[in-house]
Design a protein around this ligand. Structure first.
Ligand code: ADP
Ligand code: MG
Length: 349
């Protein structure tokens, strides 16, 4: 188990700055997820940790070693990509053992380790097969196996499940979590998928525009998003954001009036997660009036769209049969978030 430390890590391509002064302490054995939209700098950060990309500024420590200028081979890391990058002409056994063979590990030891890894990942019956005869999920298991067999200090994953269908993705997600629990290795996992981030990470780093917007446990980030970007990126459907003014203890926005939990005044943004809204009687304090737009039945839950005089509000409510479009109804929030005029969180009691 090894800790990883990123200190003022930055990267520019020409004048284009894609990772900006990134500071992060990853504890030994921790599972950290970098999550953010495409282009926010996740892969570049991971590639710098791997040594495949040289930083423009800052330092990378793995354990007590400053690896900033070290060759990738000397960093004791293993990386798993979205494309499995298996050698097509080799059997699974040869694919798994290849790195050890290159490193001059004795044959018997390679054979023993290949068996052990194949056992862990349920690949025993495929050892003699070629990659093309395997399914996507099995190939990704082999790619995982090739990382595990090297017994790296740190595992790096770059969107490893993006090529798999939804069902297999959730199976592999659990498999990687189990693997982390049994190996107890430090793992850094990159994804654009907030569900993967929320379910897999001990901590998550929400990235946007090359900047770490927030670092915290999944629930910290969900409960107390640092700014509007994090608030709308984490959670599904996205948090409703109302732009308005706080005056005399009330947040006002185009006919909507909700008690402000903090005594601020002036321009502000109010955030309400769809799952924190309920249909209520019209005389409920803070009720938002609207007419029903699109209704989506998910089975156990129903997602409704409420057309107010101002913004469209999305609510995720327990299953509601028999709702018809155009009906007038009221919703109220049991939990709200407040952001200042710059979109930064205002702490609420
Ligand atoms: P992510 O993995 O979050 O989608 P990347 O780290 O791949 O983002 O890319 C971040 C930004 O850096 C993108 O705008 C991308 O186009 C740019 N970029 C990545 N690699 C290079 C490169 N080798 N040369 C120039 N620009 C690059
Ligand atoms: Mg990427």
């Amino acid at each position: 188990m090894t800790n990883v430390s990123l200190r003022g890590l930055s990267k520019s391509f020409g004048h284009f700055s894609v990772v900006k002064a990134f500071d992060l302490e990853i504890a030994a054995g921790e599972f950290v997820v970098f999550v953010g939209p495409s282009g926010c700098g996740k892969t570049t950060t991971l590639r710098m940790i791997a040594g495949l990309e040289l930083p423009t500024g800052g330092e990378i420590f793995i354990g007590s070693r400053d690896v900033t200028d070290l060759d990738p081979r000397d960093r004791r890391i293993a990386m798993v990509f979205q494309s499995y990058a298996l050698y097509p002409h080799m059997t699974i056994r040869e694919n798994l053992g290849f790195a050890l063979k290159l490193a001059g590990v004795p044959k018997e030891e390679i054979a023993r380790k290949v068996e052990a890894v194949a056992d862990t990942l349920g690949l025993q019956q495929y050892l003699q097969a070629k990659p093309r005869t395997l399914s996507g999920g099995q190939r990704q298991r082999v790619a995982l196996g090739r990382a595990i067999i090297r017994e790296p200090d740190v595992f790096l994953f770059d969107e490893p499940l993006s090529n798999l269908d939804a069902k297999l993705r959730s199976v592999m997600r659990n498999e990687i979590i189990r693997l982390h629990k049994s190996l107890k290795s430090t793992m850094i996992y990159v994804t654009h998928d907030q569900v993967e981030a929320m379910t897999m990470g001990d901590r998550i780093v929400v990235m946007h525009g090359g900047v770490a917007q927030q670092i915290g446990t999944p629930l910290e980030v969900y409960d107390e998003p640092a700014n509007l970007f994090v608030a709308t990126f984490i959670g599904s459907p996205s948090m409703n954001i109302l732009e308005g003014e706080v005056e005399n203890g009330k947040f006002q926005c185009q006919g909507i009036s909700i008690d402000s939990p903090v005594p601020v005044s002036g321009k502000a943004f109010l955030g309400i997660r769809p799952e924190h809204l309920r249909i209520v009687p019209h005389d409920t304090p803070g009720a938002i009036r609207g007419t029903l737009g699109v209704v989506e039945h998910l089975g156990a839950e129903t997602i409704i769209e409420l057309l107010t005089d101002g913004p469209v509000i999305t609510a995720r409510i327990p299953r509601a049969d028999g709702l018809s479009g155009g009906a007038e109804l009221y919703v109220a929030a049991n939990h709200i978030h407040l952001f200042d005029k710059d979109g930064n969180r205002i702490e609420t009691p």
